[in-house]
Design a protein around this ligand. Sequence first.
Ligand SMILES: NC(=O)c1ccc[n+]([C@@H]2O[C@H](COP(=O)([O-])OP(=O)(O)OC[C@H]3O[C@@H](n4cnc5c(N)ncnc54)[C@H](OP(=O)(O)O)[C@@H]3O)[C@@H](O)[C@H]2O)c1
Length: 262
Amino acid sequence: MDLELKDKVALVTAASKGIGRAVAHRLAAEAATVAVSSRDAGRVDAAIAEAGPVAGALSAHPADLSDPAATEALVPAVVAAHGRLDIAVLNTPGPRIAAFLDTTAQDWADAYDLLVRPVIQLARDAARQMVDQGGGSIVFLTSTWVRQPMAGGVLSAAMRSAVSATAKQMALELAPRGVRVNQLMPGATGTGRMESILSSKAKANGTSRDEELAKVVENIPLGRWAEPEEIADAVTFLVSPRSAFVTGSALAVDGGAIRSTF
Ligand SMILES: NC(=O)c1ccc[n+]([C@@H]2O[C@H](COP(=O)([O-])OP(=O)(O)OC[C@H]3O[C@@H](n4cnc5c(N)ncnc54)[C@H](OP(=O)(O)O)[C@@H]3O)[C@@H](O)[C@H]2O)c1
């Protein structure tokens, strides 16, 4: 299936590692031009080099999402470099994993500054550009924790719920202007972040990494976690014209982990 992404210009944030990097590589493999962003310029360059034969389709746009000025400069920089913006995949780093009673006021402020404020800024800038161009597609990467709470996930669930509501609202308001807005909720995915969560849990519980992984996997009907490339495949479909009638949706890619019907 031709995803019709050739010559589209995409921005992917938090894209030097893990899920974001897989999305950037997958879009480049579909012949899109991809602006790769994350906090660390060296890691952005490494992620571009790791794209191998399609590295030429990727360009470096480092920006620390916790820095409002850097976030505000990002979409204008991509448009200045590539002339337009057709796709924005708004990924963020994860927040601190902490039980509700252990969270501090600073944790909540930090989580807002990393998971909500920059994403709303980028979504607004991207949507304005897309409206001016006559259309575009935005996907917010959130988490299944929005739908199915998990102990320790309160900062993630709360912040991403604000993003989910914004996505739905944007989809409504922007549909007549040609901009589609969707949300993808990854379930457990094999990335560096997931490995560090398993290590911390193993340390806290006096168990091994494999025992902690087994606890995660026992809640997943498909019996394993996702590879980042599997999340990227679904994102790539959602941003492509092949999903032209999909807007305001929240797609879980979670091996069946969410148990509710809706
Ligand atoms: N993995 C899972 O199981 C899973 C499941 C559901 C949801 N999620 C969510 O999906 C997102 C990505 O997760 P992941 O597992 O792919 O994480 P990851 O492998 O740790 O990658 C995180 C990315 O965020 C970038 N980053 C960190 N701080 C940043 C900052 N201040 N400004 C800009 N970029 C920054 C990192 O790059 P630099 O260090 O180069 O800046 C890296 O590219 C997270 O929000 C996570 O909570 C993950």
